[in-house]
Design a protein around this ligand. Structure first.
Ligand code: FAD
Length: 414
């Protein structure tokens, strides 16, 4: 019983944590109200972002803030009704994004990021799903030299400080790399290290299958039924109550719905995002995922088609879906690539779980015996699931964690 855990939430973070605990011999029950991998981990852009050594800061330039405030952008939109509830976390997000604080945050963030490829490859190899991890990187496309110069500087620093691989492509090299691109761009930054996952849902489910093969159990159940049971924990599942000595909250954007009941209210907020798939006309192909710097959405070649994923939408939890960004992005995407029909009628929507200081919560929930948190991975939860799972499993099993966990401690929000 002492070496047992209930892991709440079967997204990339929860599945990876459950798997790492099981690999260390713990008895593990993974709980979700849906089958594994159907939350935000389902529909992301599928990038294992080795280059993302700097998290997404809150914009601080007046011109950019004004552009976003107009609410007509493709990359960021908001529901005005959400602003009162978001004021406090967004103000804190803005505060943490000030240059000196952001530098410290980035140092802590980079430590999580640098091993992401190895951590995924270890799990994917064991799960037999390594072929989903395509070593093709991704590109940022630029329409003027100033953007290219700024990106080159940024890439140089990421290479020098964190060993990130990249190459700069001029317009001709870009046209050669992507022969079906229908516009001429000045050039591109190709981040060469990242994996592009051809099916993010299949990757999460492959890790869940490995967990089952190793003796971990999955149950459908509602995490909000978590309660104390003696010194341990109990949660109701479709197959009756599950008990364990430890409980891990890995519920992505919904983590607060459980932790609040035990006295811990993290200032989590969501950045919603949408996707839709498209066919390609004729024999056209897209060889690399890319973001066109002007419009800020992503186009990724996936098993299901060309996946268009959007930037951030700020809305109240549970507010109706408003895929405005997809509507704005689609005509631009069609001017870039010979896209054919939409593959689904309805777009997919998911929520990136964000914290004001841009760092995830990985560690003990304050004031509660053997209650742990693994959430708040924002734009890089697919990337960081296995890293987080290993780190938390090492902490829980009393092994020295391979990354110093101090910056990600839950107590920083107490
Ligand atoms: C458009 C878009 C593009 C993105 N692109 C990338 C990318 O390229 N690379 C990257 O690294 N990240 C990307 N992300 C971010 C990434 O998808 C998330 O950070 C990540 O999926 C979070 O994983 P998670 O396991 O914490 O949460 P989730 O995957 O959301 O899992 C949480 C789980 O909790 C379950 N749950 C919630 N409440 C309850 C309850 N009461 N009872 C039971 N179960 C419950 C849900 O069903 C869900 O399965 C993107 C996100 C979006 C939206």
């Amino acid at each position: 019983m002492t070496r047992s855990a209930i892991v709440l939430g079967a997204g990339m973070v929860g599945v990876s944590t459950a798997l790492h605990l099981r690999q260390r011999g713990w008895d593990v029950a993974l709980i979700d109200r849906r089958p594994p991998g159907e939350g935000a981990s389902f529909g992301n852009a599928g990038l294992i972002q080795r280059e993302a050594v700097h998290p997404h800061p809150f914009p601080r330039r007046i011109a950019e803030l004004t552009r976003i405030a107009r609410n007509r952008s493709v990359d960021a939109v908001y529901h005005p009704s959400a602003l009162p509830g978001l004021a406090s976390p967004l103000l804190r997000y803005w505060w943490h994004s000030a240059p000196r604080r952001y530098e410290a945050v980035s140092r802590a963030y980079a430590r999580l990021i640098v091993t992401c490829l190895d951590e995924h490859m270890a799990l994917a190899s064991a799960a037999g799903s390594a072929e989903l991890l395509r070593p093709i990187g991704w590109m940022r496309l630029f329409s003027n030299e100033a953007q290219m110069d700024a990106a080159r500087l940024e890439a140089d620093m990421a290479h020098r400080d964190h060993g990130v691989g990249y190459r700069m492509l001029d317009g001709d090299a870009l046209a050669e790399a992507e022969p079906h691109l229908m516009v001429r761009r000045v050039g591109a930054l190709h981040w060469t290290d990242p994996y592009s996952v051809s099916d993010p849902h299949a990757l999460t489910t492959s890790y869940a299958h490995l967990l089952a093969a190793k003796g971990g159990r999955f149950f459908l159940g509602d995490a909000t039924t978590l309660e104390r049971a003696g010194a341990g924990w109990r949660v109701q599942t479709a197959e009756g109550p599950a008990h364990a000595a430890h409980a891990v909250v890995a519920l992505g954007a919904m983590a607060g719905t459980v932790t609040r009941r035990f006295g811990y209210s993290p200032p989590l907020f969501g950045k919603r995002g949408y996707h839709r798939h498209y066919g390609m006309r004729g024999n056209a192909v897209l060889n690399h995922p890319f973001i066109d710097e002007v419009s800020g959405f992503c186009l990724v070649p996936m098993r299901a088609g060309i996946r268009l994923t959007t930037g951030a939408e700020f809305a109240r939890a549970g507010a109706p879906e408003t895929p405005l960004q997809l509507e704005r992005a689609e005509p631009i995407a069609r001017s870039l690539l010979p896209l054919a029909e939409r593959i689904e009628d309805r777009p997919w929507m998911g929520v990136r779980p964000c914290t004001p200081d841009m760092l995830p919560v990985i560690g003990r929930i304050p004031g509660q015996h053997q209650l742990w948190g693994a959430f708040g991975h924002a734009h890089q939860g697919l990337t960081l699931g296995p890293t987080t799972g290993r780190m938390l499993a090492e902490i829980m099993t009393g092994t020295r964690p391979f990354i110093d966990p101090a910056p990600y401690g839950a107590e920083r929000f107490n």
